[in-house]
Design a protein around this ligand. Structure first.
Ligand code: NCD
Length: 307
């Protein structure tokens, strides 16, 4: 059974295919409005979520399907001690496809190994978040027309930010990509991503703590929230949480063509004054996420022979 746990589970050709399906959905929504009639998506969310869960649900409704699930681990049998494997086997009896978010790294893989329907990883701890990357990719595609020759600044919590790890994985497969990794010392990109992807594939990158110096060269600025829930102590979080706050002043030296992305939720990282700037793309990203999740649900259900 085909599941999507990591963004690398999808080839570059498949990403192109998902983008073209999403663009077609945007142009011709009625063509897709009944494809999933009678089919069910289960959303198993063991961690808080607004966009990811609701966009999966909206995606399935817009395909004509139905949705069941839970949005808190304490309202499921996990609170009684049920294993992820048993939950996955159980939910496979009710649903045609599963989207799951869990605080533990590797949880989605365990679910996929035990489910008899496709599983989509909607975020596993500080590890990865492939469908946010699909939203990011469609946004970059619509803003820039492609993925080659971009200088991409990733700013904030690069250690625990799972969206950053997946995005680096995805973009590393395109030509002439440069990364600028902007974070406090304590929140630098983990070495399994830095060595395992950037160094291994000879992808140029620089590391800095200074956003303003990096700004002029960036084509994309991907801001992130400091991931409070992954910290071992509150003091460290409080010390680091406001390391970067993007204000109009800090954009003075930025390119006119810069695209500012953020997976959201934002806390303080982007001042609301930036929302009016034409370079702000984060609410477009939210909408793009729904279309890409529609495309992914369709692809996996087709491959499973369900539709
Ligand atoms: C992200 C996540 O859950 O990792 N949110 C999202 O899905 N859009 C980013 C975050 O929570 O900071």
């Amino acid at each position: 059974m085909r599941s999507v746990i990591d963004i690398l589970d999808l080839t570059v050709e498949e990403l192109e295919e998902l983008i073209s399906t999403a663009l077609d959905i945007i142009e011709n929504p009625s063509k897709y409005a009944h494809i999933c009639e009678g089919k069910k998506l289960a959303t198993l969310f063991f961690e808080p979520s607004t966009r990811t869960r609701l966009s999966f649900e909206a995606a399935m409704y817009e395909l004509g399907g139905n949705v069941l699930g839970f949005s808190e681990s304490n309202s499921s049998s996990a609170a009684k001690g049920e294993s992820i494997a048993d939950t996955a086997k159980t939910v496979s009896c009710y649903a045609d496809i599963i989207a799951m978010r869990h605080p533990k790294e590797g949880a989605a893989l365990v679910a996929a190994n035990n489910a008899t329907v496709p599983v989509i990883n909607a975020g596993d701890g500080g590890h990865c978040h492939p469908t946010q990357t699909l939203a990011d990719l469609l946004t970059i595609y619509r803003e820039k027309g492609g993925f080659d020759n971009l200088t991409v600044g990733l700013c904030g919590d690069l250690k625990f930010g799972r969206t950053v790890h997946s995005l680096i994985n995805a973009l590393s497969r395109y030509k002439n990509i440069n990364f600028v990794l902007i974070s406090p010392e304590e929140l630098k990109l983990p070495s399994y991503v830095k060595k395992g992807i950037l160094v291994k594939n000879n992808i140029p990158y620089e590391q800095t703590t200074d956003l303003e110096t990096a700004m002029p060269k960036l084509d994309i600025l991907y801001m992130t929230r400091v991931q409070r829930e992954r910290f071992f102590n509150e003091e460290d979080y409080l010390r680091l949480k406001d390391s970067y706050i993007l204000t109009p002043d800090k954009l003075k030296n930025a390119k006119e063509s810069l695209s500012i992305l953020h997976p959201l939720p934002r806390v303080n990282e982007i001042s609301v004054a930036i929302d009016k700037d034409k370079r702000a793309c984060y609410f477009k990203q939210v909408l793009n996420g729904k279309y890409m999740r529609m495309a992914l649900i369709l692809k996996l259900l087709k491959e499973a022979g369900t539709i």
